[in-house]
Design a protein around this ligand. Structure first.
Ligand SMILES: CC(=O)[C@@H](O)[C@H](O)COP(=O)(O)O
Ligand SMILES: NCC(=O)COP(=O)(O)O
Length: 237
């Protein structure tokens, strides 16, 4: 079985756009778990434009499934994760001004840094994962960092799938095969959606977890829109 971890960054983006507390990030975390999601993911960024560090702290009490915190391991992020002690930390090499994550780690040139950070998290009992492109050299480098898992960065797969290039999954199949051989668990995420996720799951061996946010929230809006518009019309009769 592949676990679904719902990334709730977008809920916080919407809340922050108006001030106040609507939608309520903590309540949405409770709800997605009640609806069956096996995990909750947040990716706090230094500018706190969506999930705030305080949200990540408060979610600790609310997430009863797997709690995954993603981010670039700058000192403030490391302190947050050590303080919150989530189930899993996913290290992502995103620049401060990046709109969203746009690359995996170069696990060869950052190997010593990753080894140190991963050792610190693992010594506190926090499972580690590192975000990598589907490149077997990067997977081999990841194995040398001591990480428990990798998260395959799936944006390219999503683009290929949307363009009808199903063979775009092959590098992910190979990266997962090598990871499994080296004893690494395999997660995946970025731009996965209702159209492309089943094929990915079918093809990629031993996929442990996917984290999905942007599309899942967009799909929820589209699929709820008709119902809500008709509820308003009913009240306005
Ligand atoms: C690590 C990753 O793949 C990202 O998708 C990320 O977690 C989402 O972050 P944003 O919500 O800031 O785009
Ligand atoms: N790790 C990927 C993630 O949490 C969600 O990415 P996206 O679905 O928002 O692209």
């Amino acid at each position: 079985m592949t676990k679904l971890s719902v990334n709730i960054n977008k809920i916080a983006t919407l809340r922050n756009s108006r001030g106040g507390n609507m939608p309520n990030v903590l309540q949405v975390a409770r709800d997605v778990q009640d609806f069956g999601a096996q995990g909750v993911t947040v990716h706090p960024r230094p500018d706190e434009r969506h999930i705030r560090y305080q949200d990540a702290r408060e979610l600790k009490e609310v997430v009863t499934t797997e709690y995954n915190i993603e981010g670039n391991p700058i000192p403030k992020f490391i302190d947050l994760v050590l303080d919150v002690q989530p189930t899993q930390v996913t290290l992502v090499p995103d620049a401060e001004d990046a709109i969203t994550s746009n690359a995996g780690w170069d696990t060869l040139s950052h190997q010593k840094f990753l080894q140190e950070v991963i050792a610190e998290f693992r010594s506190k009992g926090i499972r580690t994962s590192i975000f990598v492109d589907p490149d077997t050299k990067m997977v081999e480098g990841a194995a040398k960092t001591g990480t428990d898992r990798i998260e395959l960065y799936t944006e390219q797969y999503a683009q290929d799938f949307a363009a009808g290039r199903k063979a775009g999954v092959l590098p992910f199949v190979e990266a997962a095969r090598v990871a499994n051989e080296l004893g690494l668990g395999v997660n995946a995420g970025h731009d996965l959606n209702l159209d492309n996720v089943a094929y990915f799951k079918q093809q990629v061996p031993k996929l442990l977890e996917v984290s999905i946010g942007h599309a899942l929230i967009c799909e929820s809006i589209y699929m709820g829109l008709e119902n809500v518009v008709s509820m308003y019309l009913h009240r306005l009769k």
